[in-house]
Ligand binder design. Sequence first.
Ligand code: PDD
Length: 281
Amino acid sequence: MKDVYLNGHFLPADQAQVSVFDRGFLLGDGVYEVIPVYDGHCFELEAHLNRLQYSLDGVRMKNPMTPHQWQTMIAELVARNGGGDQSLYLQVTRGVAPRDHIFPIGVEPTAFAMSNPLQAVPEKYKQNGIKAITLADIRWANCNIKAITLLPNSLLKQQAQEAGAQEALLIRDGYLTEGAASNAYVVLDGTIYTSPKDEKVLPGITREVVIKLALENGIPLLEQAVTEQQLRQADEIWMSSSTKEVLPITELDHDAVGDGKPGPVWKQIDRLYQQYKKSIG
Ligand code: PDD
């Protein structure tokens, strides 16, 4: 049984217990992070810990640990679980208190972390691309906060799966926002478009890396939302996340995207992304 971390202790996962009065359980009152670990090293750890702080600030919750304490705890958890490639999950909830919408006073947050083997991205997804469907973005108005309250995302992703697709691309007020569990990109006439960082999308860490690599390598990129109509005329569409990296979407609502194959701009970005991963190991 893998070890997990809970409130200052490492223990086997089947022995970790949280109260039924935890506000994460009763109210979904918590935030989280998912961090890829390659060969025992956390990818972009500082950026993930900064975003955790940003999410905590966004929901007015205290950070139970300093960045240094997080780093030390994470290093031990990753080592206890055998190093290699892992998917590390961090969660902070507002803690245990009698059920009430109002914040409790003087309650310590619950800090939890687990790490599981990182599922390799299926090679066929990179060779052929994945399928996506468009759905209305039914989420709340603070999608920039990485909240554990994922019921809308879960409903959307389930709908995509039942339609034979791997991701749902979300449309709000006629514009593409992001995926149900990923950031989205559209290539039009050689320029990459991705939604700007605002309350409609999660500020993805993979997205930051993609932007940096594009700009450093002279590939035109604009942080600008595209309309649903532009999405349907795209030469290429991609999604990105910490666990899926950058994947081409070659079928949208059962229609081929471009020529129906992963495009040249995606191939260039994927090559740069793989090089970057290796260079920081
Ligand atoms: N999700 N947008 C949404 C709604 C997401 O859920 C995710 C990632 C992203 C990409 O962010 P990043 O590049 O920092 O992983 C964008 C994670 C992987 C999850 O919930 O499991």
